[in-house]
Design a protein. Structure first.
Length: 369
């Protein structure tokens, strides 16, 4: 197990899925640089520096400056043990989410970063130089609007190009970005989706005309991008708190995992999206859920449980779907936000390297599960 101080509060971790760079991963940070008003003390932790206050990701409209960094790290193996070293640092507005595009073997790895000033920046990985270089910045909204999440459409079917992006915005909107005639991504659709912050927009990886979204209005919705966006194709209001994260299963059609602040993860059949197949208790708000990238472990889910650490769960896909927590990782002492599985081949013990990060204590850990 390896621990690294990220210096600034950390909220996202993503391993590169490309086989040429499966030892590379990124960690995003979020730092508030101005003292916000005193009417929201529960959100604030003073780090002892009178010029700055760290704050968990929030979309409160205040006169704030949010800065962030993308830390690029490399995994090394020494006598069977994994360690990591930082090889690059990219300064940005605060990082809310990051996703690698699943590209074919002959295409370069590409990372998309969602920031606190309404931008998506695209970075290409140069293998020989061991560096990320920005090649496009897309403004999805005015600078006082946060890009809260992003998801690429190519997870199930990697291509030589970038596919499409869905981005959720703190003003309640979603937008879809497609490549134009020059190959650059551009916003082609934008619509009002939720009355409160939509924490997540996500593709159906098996049918990329369908987008799912969830937000602080305690609602999950489905959208068909071939239709107008005057109404969703379904609306599920059966949540006890905000919907925070959604991921389509990369290996099992019709399954999605949905996390909520209500301390649970729900597994849905997308053909019946109003009643979950199973609802699993994860102890704390589920900020991230990630299906295992290997088809041999298609029942396994990694969960960032905010106030209750990180967990590996099994959603057994029998005649009925069952839920079981099989591993906990409780070394983080703060909000459990970012987590991801490595895409490298399974170890001899069948386990996979996992990276996780937490907010107020600005820590990154490597462990296996």
């Amino acid at each position: 197990m390896v621990a690294l101080d990220t210096a600034w509060p950390a909220d996202s971790v993503e391993f590169c899925p490309h086989e040429s760079a499966s030892d590379i991963f990124v960690c995003g940070t979020y730092r508030l640089l101005e003292q916000p008003p005193v009417h929201a003390p529960s959100k604030l932790v003073d780090d002892g520096d009178s010029d700055s206050v760290d704050c968990e990701p929030t979309t409160r409209k205040q006169s704030q400056v949010r800065r962030g960094k993308c830390l690029v790290l490399q995994v090394a193996e020494d006598r069977g043990l994994s360690s990591s070293s930082q090889i690059q640092e990219i300064s940005l507005p605060a990082v809310l989410d990051q996703k690698w595009c699943h590209t074919s073997r002959t295409a370069s790895p590409v990372l998309g970063i969602a920031d606190s000033e309404g931008n998506i920046t695209l970075h290409e990985w140069y293998t020989e130089e061991r560096r990320l270089e920005v090649f496009q910045s897309i403004s999805c909204a005015p600078s006082d609007v946060l890009c809260l999440s992003l998801d690429w459409s190519t997870r199930r079917y990697p291509t030589n190009n970038y596919g499409s992006l869905v981005v959720s915005l703190s003003n309640g909107s979603l937008c879809v970005l497609n490549p134009d005639s020059t190959g650059n991504l551009t916003v082609v659709n934008r619509w009002h989706a939720h009355d409160h912050e939509p924490w997540v927009g996500a593709w159906n990886y098996w049918d990329t005309s369908i987008v799912y979204s969830g937000g602080d209005d305690l609602t999950m919705k489905g959208w068909d991008i071939r239709q107008n966006f005057s109404q969703p194709i379904f609306t599920n209001k059966r949540f006890n708190a905000g919907v925070t994260t959604i991921q389509s299963h990369p290996h099992v059609e019709y399954l999605i995992a949905v996390g909520s602040y209500d301390n649970s993860v729900r597994i849905f059949d997308t053909r019946k999206p109003l009643v979950p197949l199973v609802q699993g208790d994860v102890g704390g708000g589920a900020w991230r859920v990630k299906w295992h990238p290997s088809p041999t472990r298609k029942e396994d889910i990694l969960v960032a449980g905010m106030h209750d650490g990180f967990k590996v769960a099994k959603a057994h896909h029998g005649e009925d779907v069952t839920w079981e927590i099989v591993k906990r990782f409780d070394d983080h002492k703060s909000l459990a936000y970012g987590a991801d599985w490595s895409f490298a081949p399974l170890g001899v013990d069948g386990e996979t390297l996992i990276a996780s990060c937490s907010f107020y204590d600005h820590m990154l850990h490597l462990w296996s599960g």
